[in-house]
Each structure stands twice: as structure tokens, then as C-alpha cells.
Ligand binder design. Sequence first.
Ligand code: TXA
Ligand code: MG
Length: 321
Amino acid sequence: MSIISKDIQKAIALLSNDELVAIPTETVYGLAGNIFSEKAIQRIFKTKKRPFFNPLIVHVSSVDAFEEIVSEVPEKARLLAHTFWPGSMTLVLKKNKNIPDIITAGKDTVAVRVPNHPVTLELLQKLPFPLAAPSANPFNHISPTKAEHVERYFKNDIKMVLDGGACKNGIESTIIGFENDEPIIYRLGALALEDIEAVVGAVAIKNKKATNPDAPGMLDKHYSPKTQTVLTATILAEIENHPNKKIGILAFKSPFKSDKISAEIILSTTSNLQEAASKLYDALHQLDHLDLDVIIAEKLPETGLGKSMNDRLQRASFTSS
Ligand code: TXA
Ligand code: MG
């Protein structure tokens, strides 16, 4: 029997009973549990096989509810919160005393966001506690953007995926931390850098593990299909590097003509980066299930969401050699 359901009351009952429910957001599906239930939080780490040093994002229903999670809010953080929430931005700020250490991996900061999805906003409004929710994928796998992706990963581990359709933004939220009250990007994501800078001015990016111990989840290899993945600006030349292989192409706007290609997905025939972002992970899920030898992905333009997508594809294609 499918674990996918639209029954919000059932989700409330499960979450109130230390169980996990996968929830829809506008970015990706999250694997949610009550932030105050140690049992539920332990289950999140165990189900995802996520290392305990990697802290979770707290999801709340409003900017007011956010004020109860954090203890200090710099002026620019408040401005960003009021401008972009509900939306695809996560703020990392000094935590309130009542936030359990297991949520924050012992750090004195906590990550919070107000997601922009009607189903999950209704759920959060009806629950008497906030939800901790990492992306609903096993550690290091591709994030889910459809209820079916979550079901495929976790049908034997959780009782319910709350169905909210396909995620319209399709990549994870942009994470912003603060140093001396100034915003710093810890993770590029579904809210474009340019939109953030239009509100608070120029923002530094520190999204590499090597240069930012405050961004513990920013691994070099991440978000990866099982199939070997290559990111390139020159698809036809790259195809020649893989003779006699079963090749899948992930193209931005137009198809590549070559009889060496076994499968091809176009992200946006109208060159729309928002559309491309919404389809990116679903395309990777699809290509990863075709028994290909290699997925060759086309580098996107380095503007707006293109920059965030290139970041994900770089991590998907990272090899340590
Ligand atoms: O769009 C999203 O953000 C999705 C949806 C479900 O909301 N969630 C998500 O969660 O992507 P997750 O756990 O897959 O990624 C959260 C990232 C991790 O890299 C984690 O290290 C970082 O946020 N993070 C959490 N708390 C932090 C903190 N206190 N300081 C620095 N980074 C933190
Ligand atoms: Mg994740």
C-alpha cells in the first residue's frame, strides 16, 4: 500500500506521536519530526543515515514563530525574514535556550525557515510545535521533489508522505548565516543571490567546507546520482571522452544531435532558469534509473538560479582523485 496521502489530520496524529512524516515544501520534500521529541529527532538521523555533526533546519509557520526559536536577530536578518518569508531562504542565528542540542549538533546557532507551501503552512499552523526537517533523501543522495521520490527512498522506514505535488522551486533553500551582523551565504539555493543583494547589498559566499566550519553540511561531494556524473560546458566534446558507453544527457535548453546519446532530458526549452531548477532533481532521478554508464550535464548560465544549479551539479560530479 502506498504511504502517500493528503490527510493532514493523519500527519498531525503521527507527528504528535514521535513519528516522522515527509512534508512538501516549495524547495524539496523534508523528513519532518517534532523538534522537542528526542525520539523523533533520533529517527530522522537514523532514517537518513545522517552523521550527528550535521544540524537540522527548524520549520515554523510565521516570522513571529521564528522569533521564539532564536535569541538575537540582526537588523539585516529581520529585513530578510520580512522580505522573503514564507520562502526559500534559511537563516542561521544564535539559538534560543529551549532548542535541543541534537537539532543544532551542539552549536550555539540554529537554522530556521518559513516554507512557502500551503499544505505545510497549514500543518505548521495546526501543530503546537515546530518541525525539524532535513531533505527527505538518504545522506548524499539526490533530494526528492515529488512524493514518489520519497516513497521510493523510505517506504519501509516511515508511515506517511504528505502529498503536496511537485516542488515548484526544486532545489534546497539558500542558507544565510551572520558574522558581525553581516549576512554570509552558506549554501546557494532556490532564492537567487541577486534577489538577496537587492535587499541587503553585497553578500559574501562561504559555501566550502574547507573555508567555512560554520557550514558543516557543505560537502564537496553531495546531491549525487549513483551514476557517474560529469558537468561540462562542451557536451559534444565530452561525449567523445566516453566511447562505447551508455550516455545520458542533461541539457539546459536545446537537444544535442549525436547518435552516441541513449537518453536526453531538456530542462527548459524557453531557457527559463526557474523552470530548469524545478525540473533538475527529477531529471537526475529519471536519468539515474536508466542504467546509464555516465550522465553528462550541461553547465548552466552563471546567473540567478543557474549559479545555484551549477553548485549542485558540481557537487554531484565531484571526484576526489
Ligand atoms: O530547502 C531546504 O532547506 C530543505 C527543506 C526540507 O526545507 N531542507 C534541507 O535540509 O535542505 P538539509 O538538512 O538537507 O540541509 C540543511 C543544511 C545542512 O547542510 C546543514 O549543515 C545546514 O543546513 N545547517 C543546519 N543548521 C546549521 C547551523 N546551525 N549552522 C550552519 N549550518 C547549518
Ligand atoms: Mg539535504
